[in-house]
Ligand binder design. Structure first.
Ligand code: NAD
Length: 315
């Protein structure tokens, strides 16, 4: 991709937006980064602080931006909005953040752009759908970070438990980025060996019990982090760099981003996470496969949770 196209616009200069930029800068993936927030002083401060590290990293220009920056951007990442308070679920944030996202997307819509947009603000699946409706772009170009972070947490926890390099662990969390998310054990494997078979060879634990424990830990991770330190930002920052790399380098990586389904997995009209091939145009392909009955039922239950929540904000 030409240098001028490797431009990333970030809307939201809070903990998540800046953790993402900090991680992105180290990679040399972006040639230009524009930062937008309603709080212009915070933007000025963050841009100054981050710029002072430029002598140590690959060349990149970083500056305070406005919505006209979207016109030649390849990637727009939205992290603007309120975050979860201790004990608060992601879904409880919905009404406040939906109106912020409508206002942000209303301003992006005025720009002639063929960028891919990544929604990060929670509840991310609902807000990806709000953004899609507001922008009217093809669904492939509006994705949510979805369960990319949850999938990373699952890989990390499985790798720790099985004492295998996380890069040799392949496993996915699908559905809502939230309490109803689904660990699809049928798709999990270590070094190409399906997890059920791997556990039989290893015999190091009561696999059923441990899988249940790990799935619960993955689901509850954000609550624990928020309880300990107020908010989560490094893990999501690195997850966003992974998604950005897939887009900016046209990697065609399989990632569990949130995308509006139109009949795939027999779900229609909702954004939620399923395995997707991600490349320069956003979601290049949805990996639509048949899940075992129990996982299929859990994915539908997750879709129902999102459907009810979406109805709640549309009322
Ligand atoms: P934060 O409070 O630190 O930052 C939010 C920023 O948004 C603030 O700087 C605020 O000024 C800005 N903002 C608010 N309204 C705006 C508007 N209309 N236009 C432009 N900027 C606006 O919050 P954070 O910790 O960075 O979290 C941001 C969001 O990301 C939250 O919704 C949080 O729940 C979510 N999050 C998502 C994931 C995920 O996996 N998807 C993970 C962690 C956090």
């Amino acid at each position: 991709m030409e240098a001028k196209r490797r431009k990333v616009v970030i809307v939201g200069a809070g903990s998540v937006g800046t953790a993402y930029i900090y991680a992105l800068l180290q990679t040399g993936l972006a040639a230009e980064i524009a930062l937008i927030d309603i709080d212009e002083k915070v933007v000025a401060g963050e841009v100054m602080d981050l710029s002072h590290g430029l002598p140590f990293i690959p060349p990149v220009s970083i500056h305070a931006g406005d919505y006209s920056d979207c016109s030649d951007a390849h990637l727009i990442v939205i992290t603007a909005g309120a975050k979860q308070k201790p004990g608060q679920s992601r879904t409880e944030l919905v009404k406040d953040n939906a109106s912020i996202i409508e206002s942000v997307c209303g301003q992006i819509k005025g720009q002639p752009t063929d960028a891919v947009l990544i929604m990060v603000t929670n509840p991310v699946d609902i807000l990806a759908r709000v953004a899609l409706d507001c922008l009217g772009w093809p669904r492939e170009r509006v994705l949510g970070s979805g369960t990319v972070l949850d999938t990373a947490r699952l890989k990390y926890m499985l790798s720790r438990h099985c004492q295998v390099d996380a890069r040799n662990v392949h496993a996915y969390v699908l559905g809502e980025h939230g309490d109803s998310e689904v660990v699809v054990w049928s798709m999990a494997h270590i070094a190409g060996v399906p997890i059920g078979h791997y556990c039989r060879i290893c015999q190091g634990c009561d696999a059923r019990q441990q899988h249940k424990r790990i799935a619960e830990q993955v689901r509850d991770s954000a609550y624990h982090i928020i309880d300990y330190k107020g908010s989560t930002y490094y893990g999501i920052g690195m997850s966003l760099v992974r998604i950005s790399g897939a887009i900016l380098r046209d990697e065609r990586s399989v990632l569990t981003v949130s995308i509006k389904l139109e009949g795939e997995y027999d779900i229609d009209g909702l954004c939620l996470s399923v395995p997707c091939v991600v490349g320069e145009n956003g979601v290049e392909q949805i990996v639509d496969t048949r899940l075992p009955d129990e996982e299929d039922k859990a994915l539908r239950a997750s879709a129902n949770v999102l459907q009810n929540l979406f109805k709640h904000i549309s009322d």
